[in-house]
Design a protein around this ligand. Structure first.
Ligand code: CP3
Length: 331
């Protein structure tokens, strides 16, 4: 990130993962996904796999936004073919116990992995650390079962009963991100993947304010660290989130037109995005056209090429090679 570049740098959200045969291989050898996330050698290997294969300009730490609830004491598991499963919790009891957890101590394997990755990564490749937003993490902690209809977490939010959990998670996210920066990541990204599920009248409280708090608390310790804020489905409130902050990049999803992003966001801050992950599955002329449109509209300003959301497991590897080549050959 930083200066205007041609071609723009490229990496893909969720670039380390199941679409890669080499990832599926190490996944098979580990007893659980959480185990994988807490074993520095595996984290290092999974983080570097997409760099070795595609030569992306940035590596993203192999981890998960649900590692924080796990480390705070909630059981988190990932069954094959299903979404994440989190054990039911009694909210206030859980929060009380969670405040006694030494999150920095429990995160040591992650920090050790970051040091290992840095030592193996070329200094031309940026290392990105990340965390979920308090709201997005909370949706998983509170909503049980496969159907994410958000009704329970929204009811808690409306009654302000979600607030103690939001405060706990804000502290935990800051602790984790500051720890990741101290361990050596160059940039951090905040994933607010379910921001659009917050009722509009509560967006200030549950999306905008927590994002601003996290950014300013990180900036107290690291005034110049680049931060990417990705809020799915809420691009129109980005200017409110980054007001008075510099060095914050807007991660935009595929529902925003590149032209709109250029005119309304890139005039204020760097932009990252926003190829539709479904077009990367489809490939061919339609994908090429969408890539070209993004490049034409956004390459004139500070820009990082990415998808609008995470890469999907069924994505053909050939299409990823094709994407990288097309972005790199853009003049
Ligand atoms: O980007 C990367 O490559 C780094 C690793 C990374 C993972 N998860 C690995 C993972 C990152 C940045 C995440 C973020 C994440 N996790 C988000 C925010 C981004 C987004 O996609 O919206 C969310 C909402 C989660 C929660 C989560 N973790 C879900 C819903 C799932 C299951 C469904 C799915 O997409 O896989 C996970 C599991 C997960 N996280 C896997 C990987 C590689 C697959 C687990 C497995 O191998 O069994």
């Amino acid at each position: 990130m930083g200066t205007q570049e041609c071609p723009p740098p490229i990496w893909l959200m969720r670039q380390a993962g199941r679409y890669l045969p080499e990832y599926r291989k190490i996944r098979k050898t580990s007893s659980s996904f959480i185990d994988l996330c807490l074993t520095p050698n595996w984290v290092t290997e999974a983080t570097l796999q997409p760099i070795q294969r595609f030569g992306f300009d940035a590596a993203i730490l192999f981890s998960d936004i649900l590692l924080i609830p796990h480390l705070l004491g909630q059981d988190v598991s990932f069954e094959k073919g299903e979404g994440p499963k989190l054990s039911p919790i009694d909210l206030l009891g859980f929060i009380k116990d969670a405040y006694r957890v030494d999150l920095l101590e429990k995160s040591q394997p992650v920090f050790q992995a970051i040091k290992q990755i840095k030592s193996q990564l070329s200094n031309k490749t940026t290392l990105i650390g990340f965390a979920g937003s308090p709201w997005t993490i909370a949706t998983y902690m509170v909503e049980l079962g496969k159907s994410k209809d958000f009704s329970k977490v929204i009811d808690l939010a409306k009654a302000a009963d979600l607030d103690p959990l939001m405060s706990l998670l804000e502290d935990a996210v800051v602790t984790s991100l500051v720890g990741q920066i101290n361990a050596g990541v160059d940039v951090v990204q905040i994933f607010d993947s379910w921001a659009s599920a917050v009722p509009v009248q509560l967006r200030g409280k549950y999306v905008i304010q927590p994002a601003r708090n996290i950014i300013s608390r990180i900036r107290l310790e690291f005034p110049n660290i680049p931060i990417i804020y990705y809020g799915k489905g809420v691009s129109e409130i980005y200017p409110e989130i980054i007001k008075n902050f510099s060095g914050v990049c807007f991660g935009v999803d595929q529902h925003v037109s590149p032209k709109w992003a250029a005119e309304n966001l890139q005039t204020l801050a760097p932009v990252q995005g926003n190829l539709d992950p479904l077009l990367l599955i489809e490939g061919g002329a339609k994908m090429h056209q969408a890539i070209d449109e993004i490049l034409v509209e956004l390459s004139g300003g500070v820009f990082v090429f990415n998808l609008g959301h995470g890469i999907l497991p069924q994505t053909p590897l050939e299409h990823v090679y094709d994407l990288v080549e097309r972005v790199r050959c853009h003049k």
